[in-house]
Design a protein around this ligand. Sequence first.
Ligand SMILES: C[S@@+](CC[C@H](N)C(=O)[O-])C[C@H]1O[C@@H](n2cnc3c(N)ncnc32)[C@H](O)[C@@H]1O
Length: 280
Amino acid sequence: MGKEFTQKEIAKLIDNQESKIAKAWHNFVPPISPSKEDMKIYEEFLKQAVLKKAQKALVLGTTAELRSLLHKYKFFVYYADFNLNIMKESLKYVKPKGPEKFLYENWLNLSLKNNSINLVIGDWVFNMLAWKKAWQKLMKSMQRVLVPDGCFITRVGLYSPKFSKNPERIYQLYQEKKISLGDVAHLLYWVPYNKKTRSANVKFAFETMKKFLKERKLSEQEFKKIYVSEKGGYDVILTAPFRDEFEKLFKKYFIIKDRKSAQDYWFGKFYPIYFARVRK
Ligand SMILES: C[S@@+](CC[C@H](N)C(=O)[O-])C[C@H]1O[C@@H](n2cnc3c(N)ncnc32)[C@H](O)[C@@H]1O
């Protein structure tokens, strides 16, 4: 039998790739990074969350845009990632404008005390986890750390049967200016979608984009807006359930107060931002 890797060992394996991603983060386009409108929605929801003095927030991941937003509203910011390099790289590009503490931990097993956080925020975090056990674990983990009136704001990637399965057609939509380059990459992610696991390996998208580059359908500059290098290593599995089943599960642990979608990129409608209050 093969060796079972711990989460920390897995994190080490992907460290190199992730640190390259952190370096290139400022070049990335939505939906990989939150769009301008996504950030407006995050801010609108954040203002609706209870804003008393000395609020504590938890960011899942290192997302610079979210940490800056929380500092604007004077939060003490915890941010958690099981990848140390991505945090180090992010600090080279974001100078924190307020107090923050990095937790080198797995979101599913955080050392934070029960009822200690007022607000959790995370961009595209569920999608990194296997459906449905780990999604449920993350919900439970956030339910545990949040105070009784605590909120969870998160952009979630959801799968739709409307997504094209044809790479050439996807490229054509880009050529016709119906979708952006970021949308192309995300549509390609879901081409090998496995309905059973609700997931796909992003390697297919990477290989297809590399083919487009070779055929000069994409320039190197365009390619770099999505990928940091042509050398591969994009052996990552992303997950996206259908909207109904996500909301059904989410509602067990959270009360959905609102859900908004950015209109400034095609994928916005499939990757809405949820504003939810914890059930205790
Ligand atoms: C936040 S997510 C998705 C990308 C996102 N839009 C962003 O702004 O970074 C990417 C990060 O999640 C981290 N990650 C994924 N699963 C994790 C887990 N179970 N615990 C802690 N960090 C995790 C990865 O190391 C990576 O740095």
